[in-house]
Unconditional design. Sequence first.
Length: 249
Amino acid sequence: MRVPKHVLILGGTTEARRLAAELAADPALRITSSLAGRVAEPRLPTGEVRIGGFGGPDGLAAWLREQRVDALIDATHPFAGTISRNAATAAAEVHVPLLALRRPSWVPVAGDSWHPVGSLDEAAAALPALGRRIFLTTGRQGLAAFAHLTDLFFLARSVDAPEAPMPPRTEVLLDRGPFTLEGERAVLREHRIDVLVTKDSGGAATAPKLAAARELGLPVVIVRRPPAPAGVPEVPDVAGAVAWVVRQA
């Protein structure tokens, strides 16, 4: 009896779920998706699912050996730098082929007023000169970088409730994408937002906020992505990842 090739997919992104669904349709493949466990009620992908960390690169390498993984795909969020580095280290140690499925960065178009920065701390430093009412869409774990900005109003959107510390004048908006252009317009107008802060996550699910900010002439402080591990092949979409898996199998 032929043993299915085991593919481990890292990440709870939209692309990771789509990839798992496509690959799980092939009986020659065993698909396991690994989720970090940072969201209380994650959208579960098709196939086997494990939730929680591996314990660093050594723990991931041990799991790859124990579970006889034949191919590893890093489909995590572009800002999940630690797991991407751990995946590169572990895959090299156990000689498992590794692919990064990474959605392309957003690109500014005519009418955009973007202010690229290298970190959340740099984003916080830029805000007082740009506006007073901030729409913060950088995730629930990054509010501490803005906690000292006591004179500014923040509308912080996240899937789960954010963690303290946070700015004293913060209103939390619990919501999950994908978002629509009409909905983003309404949020900006209702809360009288004059600055948008986001990370360059790429993809279509959260891009409407950029179009809404452009329409209203709002500045956008956008945090650049951390550098990806060197030497890891990348594809920009699910089709490219499926083709890579077929070649590996």
